[in-house]
Design a protein around this ligand. Sequence first.
Ligand SMILES: *Cc1c(COP(=O)(O)O)cnc(C)c1O
Length: 455
Amino acid sequence: MEDKTKKYILPENEIPSKWYNINPDLPKPMAPPCNPQTGKPLTPEELEVIFPRSIIEQEISMQNYIDIPPELIDIYRMWRPTPLVRAERLEQMLDTPAKIFFKNESVSPAGSHKPNTAVAQAYYNKKDGTGRLTTETGAGQWGCALSFAGALIGIPVTVYMVKVSYEQKPYRKMMMHAYGGKVHPSPSKLTDAGRAMLAQDPDCPGSLGLAISEAVEEAVKSGGEAKYSLGSVLNHVILHQTIVGLETKNQFEKMGITPDILIGCVGGGSNFGGFVFPFIPEKIKGKNIRMIAVEPASCPTLTKGEFTFDYGDTAKMAPIVQMYTLGHDFMPPSIHAGGLRYHGMAPQVSMLYHEGLIEAVAYPQNPCFEAAMMFAKAEGIIPAPESSHAIKCAIDEALKCRKTGEKKVIAFNLSGHGHFDMTAYEKYMEGKLTDYEYPKELIKESLKKLPKVDI
Ligand SMILES: *Cc1c(COP(=O)(O)O)cnc(C)c1O
């Protein structure tokens, strides 16, 4: 019989027509996001200063499925549906009876899962009359995705890029320029937050928290012309990313296979959430399926953080939400998976972990790069350092099957490729990458500064 399990590419007309919204299926209702100044629940009017109305509606929606507009499906067609690939050569290399699959999100024009939400956010902003989008970027992946989306939808994009990355990773910056994005190194002289920091320390290398503050400030001060856009963490971002898991579910059904373990790396939680959330309803009904979130040992939000209320950013301008956090001013050691260095975790992912529906593990960066190199040699794709965390976990689970003889079906989300991260690979190959210990003292200090909420 013909083996249909090698690779499953859905036909173009099978791009999902709706996103999956997990809110109504969560075991407990979510705590409301709170105003960072007053600690009181935010009103939709307050949120409208930085987000357009249709995005806020999605953020708080209790509808189980939300229609994807046909214009957006037309854009998704540029890279979707993405392939679900059997990593047979990796299985052979590991000599495992397990079947390993990966969902390949690296095939998008910007090279990661991020355009799935970038084009949706640009679309709804344009529809609601936003004149311009502001955002921040750390390593540059989100800035590229939103600049790409802005070019397609016809909305200008301004990106505040953390200054060290701006200087050390010029190719991501050039890619944003190629899409027509405007890029400022952060701290910049364009905002109060940036100027205040430069007055204190003219050589400040910048941070993601500060770049968020600058982007939010620009939107707030524009008098409604510009709105702010975030690439992870929030409910509407994961909603858009569920297109990944919905396709995966369909692909497995077409192959007649049920996955036993689903794995994704977590920074803010959007690629993991998008990949696994569509499988949560059956998990709640008692189906035996494990879902594992993989984080860096240097920024262990789920495995070592606290489930509490905290600010979304360092400068305390973003809403306070209930989530796992290491403290809003926790500065994770500099690792090469820049996209995983966030102090918090998506509230929806946090809730599922707190309720025991998903698992989490943390790995240091060297073993992740080792796994990435194995994957590259076996399957030909050089993964993003972020994605290598998911690969490491998939390999570990496959090796457990080698011991027990179990033929488990393991699937991971390949969130992006690493073509702009070759310096990190070079450092790994030269043996110059450091594995940071879990910074217990730093986290303890940072967790002393949690805000009070009034709900
Ligand atoms: C941004 C990014 C991540 C981390 O963000 P999540 O919101 O946790 O998905 C992971 N992988 C890649 C390739 C990224 O660009």
